[in-house]
Ligand binder design. Structure first.
Ligand SMILES: [Zn+2]
Length: 592
């Protein structure tokens, strides 16, 4: 965030000290104060600059430029923020507020323009009085203007800069401080502009602001571990939402954000190398971004809507795809390792869209990715690029389908093949041929549970013996949300609950979600795959060949040691990682 206050427009009236006079204001009005502020800052220098050698020139420079000493000192990182504000509070005789959450809705009764311009936040408001938090009590001109505009008696409290900026962000929206000035005076022309949908990128000022805003949206999304960012024009507003742990969360945006909607969307389209003039047809593109040293691929899709184009951004951070990150139990990990150690056969990962299949698939590929193995994939689209692996994207427009791609891959001497999805009989038949001729094939299927994969292949018209002789395992998975470690609370499971679950009590420590500032009050943070693995044992092969019913196949798989997904999830709940409710919700479809 930019920290230095901008030069203000000169609408400042004669001093209002008569009305809002206080001992504190007299103190800061003292001409000596800037000097003593500098001493105060230097006394809070930390680390290598403890004697002030590095800090002194920073402060001098800020003073020469007419910038805020407090912002300069905090931006330099040479001052401990908490120590400084404690000292400042004492010096000014102001209370340092320890309030963590501002009162709900208070900011709605306080003009964003005032809060953002003067960097303050309302802590209490009544008809005649206002209690406001500031981190810079030396902004005398600002407070005079404020006193006049507000027409209330003002009580001041001090807040740390970090805290104050957080409140402004939560109350008035991401990047709000950038927009404040830009949007001033645009209200009147706004509607015409929106109707004409003109691209307003010509003002350098505006472009810089919008770029800054775009970066803040991405940075915020990454910080919150968002998988997607949606920029959606509504009739009278612009909405920005993050998808975090599978759920959409609305991001606070500055008021009047819609006035910059066209610039924002054009900016995103330019970054994705899309045609910005084309607004009636959907477009797809990609942004390669580096933010704070981390490379991120962003898949961009624009969708024209009646209110204007909406943009969906999928954030593909370069994940490490570490086996440990899957959080597998020892038995499941051992099964996976045995499966991928085989030189041939098919391993199928199943589950609906959004069940984390790709992550599991990529993790297995990463494990297989050694110098001795040639690995080729055909995907729709390539979601994550992996070093040392040849990845091909399907392109139906040039007849590069899964089947066609797979056929040519097989001619290219691979050891391991990954096929994004088995959608049709032809693809499955080529994959089976590949598996039977010495290749290890990994792929995905849409089914409800692991055993369901067998029926799915048979329904596609594959001969039972082809399935039983080529597939080594069907795995199925779902994602459950994991409990926020900062706020979860132990909660015993009552015998009646186990009875209702039709399950013997599982020993362990169970927790319930609570909600805190680390998890946006949801009680959950992150997700974990729960899964089941159905191995093609000799006994199961016989059943498949005999065209046994789904129930018979499942009974056989269980007899051969398959741990059902729900059981797997309940064991994770017993470790305090997730909740029983989460497990029941995501496994409801397959335990009917
Ligand atoms: Zn929490």
């Amino acid at each position: 965030m930019r920290a230095n206050p901008r030069p203000r427009k000169s609408r400042i009236s004669p001093p209002l000290l008569g009305r809002n006079f206080s001992a504190f204001e007299a103190l800061i009005d003292n001409a000596l104060m800037p000097l003593s502020l500098r001493e105060l800052i230097l006394s809070c220098a930390q680390g290598a600059s403890a004697d002030g050698t590095r800090l002194r020139p920073v402060l001098q420079n800020a003073a020469d430029q007419g910038q805020s000493l407090i912002d300069a000192a905090l931006d330099s990182g040479l001052v401990d923020e908490d120590i400084f504000f404690a000292a400042l509070a004492q010096r000014c005789g102001l209370e340092l507020t320890t309030q963590v959450e501002p009162l709900e809705g208070l900011h709605n009764r306080f003009a964003p323009k005032l809060a953002l311009r003067h960097r303050l936040y309302p802590l209490a408001l009544s008809a005649k009085e206002a209690t406001l938090a500031t981190y810079n009590p030396f902004d005398l001109l600002g407070r005079q203007a404020l006193g006049q505009e507000l027409g209330k008696r003002i009580h001041w409290k001090l807040a740390t800069r970090h805290q104050l900026l957080q409140w402004l962000h939560d109350g008035y929206g991401v990047g709000a401080e950038n927009f404040d000035e830009l949007l001033e005076g645009r209200e009147a022309q706004a509607d015409d502009e929106l109707r004409q949908e003109t691209t307003v990128l010509d003002e350098a000022d505006e472009e810089a602001t919008v770029m800054n805003f775009v970066n803040q949206i991405f940075r915020g999304g990454l910080k919150e571990r968002a998988t997607d960012i949606h920029v959606e024009p509504l009739e009278r507003d612009l909405r920005i939402r993050y998808r975090i742990d599978g759920k959409l969360i609305e991001v606070p945006v500055p008021p009047n954000m819609r006035l910059l909607q066209q610039s924002l969307i054009s900016r995103l389209k330019i970054m994705a190398h899309l045609d910005i003039a084309e607004r009636r047809l959907p477009q797809d593109g990609r942004i390669n971004l580096e933010l704070d040293g981390e490379p991120i691929d962003v898949r961009v899709a624009t969708i024209p809507s009646v209110n204007g184009e909406s943009v969906a951004l999928r954030l593909l951070t370069r994940k490490k795809f570490d086996m440990a990150a899957l959080g597998l139990d020892a038995d499941t990990e051992a099964k996976f390792r045995r499966l991928i150690a085989a030189p041939n056969g098919i391993i199928l990962i199943t589950g609906p869209t959004g069940s984390g299949k790709s992550t599991t698939l990529y993790t297995l590929l990463k494990e297989l990715n050694t110098k001795e193995r040639r690995i080729v994939t055909i995907e729709d689209p390539v979601e994550n690029k992996l070093d040392g692996i040849i990845q091909i994207a399907v392109k139906p427009e040039i007849e590069l389908t899964f089947a066609a791609g797979l056929r040519s891959i097989l001619r290219g001497d691979p050891n391991v093949i990954m096929v994004g999805e088995m959608r049709d009989q032809e693809t499955v038949e080529i994959a089976i041929r590949g598996a039977l001729t010495g290749h290890l094939v990994l792929s995905t299927l849409h089914t409800n549970d692991a055993v369901g994969g067998i029926s799915r292949l048979l329904d596609m018209g594959i001969e039972p013996f082809m399935v039983s002789s080529s597939v080594r395992a069907f795995q199925a998975q779902r994602l459950v949300r994991t409990l926020c470690p900062h706020c979860k609370e132990e909660a015993a499971v009552q015998p009646a609950q186990w009875q209702a679950l039709n399950c013997d009590p599982i020993p362990g420590r169970f927790y319930r979600p609570v909600g805190c500032r680390h998890c946006r009050g949801t009680g959950f943070s992150g997700r974990l795959a729960i899964m089941e693995i159905c191995l093609m044992t000799p006994a199961l092969s016989e059943r498949v060949n005999a065209r046994a019913t789904a129930a018979e196949l499942k009974a056989q798989a269980l007899a051969d040691g398959m741990v059902p997904m729900r059981r797997y999830g309940l064991l994770k709940a017993a470790e305090g990682i997730t909740t029983i409710d989460e497990v029941l919700t995501v496994t409801a479809a397959n335990e009917g």
